[in-house]
Design a protein around this ligand. Structure first.
Ligand SMILES: [Cu+2]
Length: 171
């Protein structure tokens, strides 16, 4: 039994060594944000890697690019209608990752302060429970499908996000 435990311990050390450059904490990759119009809504997407041995909770985000910034999950309700639900806390699994992508988790920007066009950049700060804030300079890109109306501030009516399943986040 002792031997078994020792083997698990060794495996854990090897995993740590393989996680790349001794990376600790959380890393964001491939982040981008959808273009949008002043007073409209938009969303940012990315891959969050957790290099720690414990789940890390994403508990919010902030940016001066919009009146409000929230962590959302898009999902199908019982009637087959896509809805967005604000998330108080989303776990990035230990030694795992959380993908924020169209039709799933995303950082929601409500009430853009300015038009955001492809090529623009915004500053986004992510908040984690028990870890330092992470500030990102996020490039704005046109979504693959921009046919969804971006006008209006009514979030309930903006269900255009799920139309962009083919949007490809580029690193
Ligand atoms: Cu949303």
């Amino acid at each position: 039994m002792k031997k078994f435990i020792a083997m698990i311990f060794v495996a854990a050390i090897l995993l740590t060594a393989c996680s790349g450059g001794g990376g600790t904490g959380v890393e964001a990759a491939g982040y981008w944000m959808r273009s949008g119009l002043k007073d409209g809504n938009s969303a940012a997407y990315m891959m969050l890697h957790n290099y720690t041995g414990q789940d890390v909770a994403l508990v919010g985000a902030s940016s001066d690019a919009a009146s409000a910034v929230e962590v959302h999950l898009s999902q199908m309700d019982a009637n087959g209608v896509m809805e967005m639900i604000q998330q108080e806390s989303v776990a990035i699994p230990a030694k795992g990752e959380l993908e924020l992508k169209p039709g799933s988790y995303h950082i929601m920007f409500i009430g853009l302060k300015n038009d955001l066009n492809a090529g623009d950049q915004i500053t986004l700060t992510l908040h984690f429970d028990g870890y330092d804030d992470m500030t990102l300079t996020v490039p704005v890109q046109d979504a693959a499908d921009s046919s969804g109306g971006m006008e209006g501030m009514d979030m309930g009516g903006d269900d255009s996000m799920q139309m962009d399943m083919n949007a490809t986040p580029t690193p």
